[in-house]
Design a protein around this ligand. Structure first.
Ligand code: FHN
Length: 410
């Protein structure tokens, strides 16, 4: 799992027929996630299917997406090969409901993205909704009566053959990202995992294959563990409030929120899989691109403080002005507010030196005892940076890791 542990930051892409509706159908707005519109507004299958006739993602440019993802500092992409709606974005002989058979599309978007990612050295993961399939009569549906369904038939005739296609026809796939296992039995999850590993032993499987048989834990959507979480984990998260494209959702997070969240996740041992939902033509919304480009600029200068970080032990104080990440022999202090001096109480380490990570400018630093006899690391910020925020201090340690003392009650 080395590449995954080091990556820390990936791009999730939710694309499908739902993008054409953008969260609205016949004047009705879907309150839930935009990609759930078929289910939430009970759009009959025969009506929804017609969207496949209109699917024309002329602006879906896999090379531009891969180039942007690298520029934004993301190390992998996870793309919806098939979401709950059942429509596949790849050339599937197992089931005709796919983008190659859509007359205005006629393209295998998985292949395009795989080639573009390979050219950029990016890992490609594929999202596949293994249990919910609202198009297949035997696929599960959330909050519906699934008891009468022949789920086994769906697995044998659609899910397993399509997963086999994804792992046989596109070269190395870094990750299969399953979702909402619902009532899948342990035996079914294991069978699916065995299919994946039988075809590509190095392909990772996320936790949502169900029944604990994945390679790493998938957190709830947008749920970040409060404390360091000493397992391999990832949190899928939205940049606005939904996954698939929504015309109404303008709740974009800004770059600084994303940076703070990324630092928090890296410190606590996880990966941040941050989503964009392309518009019906396949282009990425302009605001999403702006925000991600700004995060990318921070990462270009400060990536050493994020990629390949180790678990940061719990620091006993709430620091509103910043956060910390850690590597063997290096402590990174992310400073979010203007400061003249940065102090970390109850932290002890031999300091070989300290610098502003982005520029290399050396900082006066010391490991001292406070007047109340607690250990403290102290860094002096140069005067010309007093008003600055969102930079990172790299402290080089004599030991592998700093010692964090518990709070001493006096
Ligand atoms: O139902 C899906 C949802 O549409 C989206 O794909 C997210 C991403 O993690 N997963 C499910 C809900 O958890």
């Amino acid at each position: 799992m080395d590449w995954f542990n080091e990556a820390k930051y990936g791009l999730f892409i939710h694309f499908g027929l739902y993008a054409l509706l953008g969260g609205e159908y016949e004047g009705r707005v879907n309150r839930g996630n935009a990609e759930w519109i078929m289910n939430d507004l009970s759009i009959p299958r025969a009506r929804y299917e017609r969207l496949a006739e209109q699917f024309a993602p002329a602006a879906f440019d896999a090379e531009a997406i891969a180039a942007a993802a690298s520029d934004w500092g993301m190390r992998y992409i996870v793309f919806t090969a098939k979401h709950h709606e059942g429509y596949a974005l790849f050339d599937s002989k197992a089931h005709p409901y796919n983008s190659v058979n859509s007359p205005l599309c006629g393209r295998d978007l998985v292949r395009e993205l795989k080639e573009a990612c390979a050219a950029r050295g990016l890992k490609l993961g594929l999202y596949y909704s293994q249990a919910q399939d609202w198009h297949d009569p035997d696929g599960y549906r959330y909050r519906a009566d699934n008891a009468h369904k022949n789920f086994r038939r769906y697995l044998d005739e659609k899910c397993f053959p399509q997963v086999r296609e994804l792992l046989s026809n596109y070269g190395d796939i870094a990750l299969l990202w399953f979702d909402t296992p619902m009532d899948m039995s342990r035996a079914e999850s294991e069978e699916l995992a065995a299919l994946v590993k039988g075809l590509q032993p190095d392909c990772l499987i996320n936790g949502r294959i169900g029944n604990g048989v994945g390679d790493y834990a998938t957190m709830g959507d947008n749920f970040i563990p409060r404390l360091p979480f000493p397992q391999r984990w990832e949190v899928p998260a939205t940049l606005n409030d939904t996954w698939g494209y929504s015309k109404k959702d303008q709740g974009w997070k800004d770059a600084r929120q994303i940076i703070r969240t990324l630092v928090k996740i890296a410190a606590r041992g996880g990966n941040y899989l941050l989503n964009v939902g392309p518009k019906p033509d396949g282009s990425i919304p302009a605001r999403a691109k702006e925000v991600l480009a700004e995060v990318g600029r921070y990462l270009r200068a400060n990536g050493a403080a994020i990629y390949a970080c180790e678990l940061m032990p719990t620091y006993p104080y709430e620091i509103s002005w910043g956060d910390m990440t850690l590597k063997r022999g290096r402590l990174y202090i992310h400073v979010y507010e203007p400061k003249k001096v940065v102090e970390l109480l109850n932290m002890k380490a031999g300091l070989k030196g300290a610098r502003i990570l982005a520029t290399g400018e050396a900082l006066a630093c010391s490991s001292v005892r406070s007047c109340e006899e607690d250990w403290m690391l102290r860094f002096e910020i140069p005067e010309h940076m007093y008003g600055d925020s969102f930079y990172c201090i790299e402290a080089e340690l004599e030991e592998d890791f700093p010692e964090i003392e518990p709070i001493r009650v006096k």
